[in-house]
Design a protein around this ligand. Structure first.
Ligand SMILES: [Zn+2]
Length: 133
């Protein structure tokens, strides 16, 4: 188990770094787009369209910012050597779960307990579903 888990974490780190770069670029693009929209907001004719785009961009930026924070946290955990450990019970989260959900910081059991407490089940898959663009 030891080596393949280390390999898996190395690969995950690479994927996370690439995804972080991509997200940062997208976010930078979104923000400059938002600034442009603000400057043209005085145009009444285009206002409805602008505000619709504006809303979409800020929603997207919010999701991207949230994912960036999750990526940073995961990379921090990789550096600190605690990646893949459950924050709830300290067990090793199965590789299969980490493959589906690289930002998971809880094992399935602890995640379920948290969800029963009424917390938002924040997962990569759910985030992707929110943004249907
Ligand atoms: Zn746990």
């Amino acid at each position: 188990m030891g080596k393949s888990r280390t390999d898996f974490i190395d690969k995950t780190k690479e994927i996370l770094l690439k995804r972080r770069d991509a997200l940062r670029k997208a976010l930078a693009g979104d923000l400059s787009m938002l600034k442009e929209l603000e400057q043209t907001a005085g145009d009444v004719v285009d206002f409805a369209l602008d505000s619709a785009q504006d809303e979409l961009s800020s929603q997207l930026a919010e999701v991207e910012s949230r994912e960036l924070a999750q990526i940073d946290k995961a990379l921090e955990r990789i550096r600190g050597g605690s990646f893949g450990e459950c924050e709830g019970c300290g067990c090793k989260i199965p590789v299969a779960r980490l493959q589906a959900l690289p930002y998971a910081t809880l094992c399935i059991k602890c995640q379920r307990e948290l969800e029963e407490l009424g917390e938002d089940g924040v997962s990569w898959l759910q985030n992707s579903d929110e943004v249907s663009i």
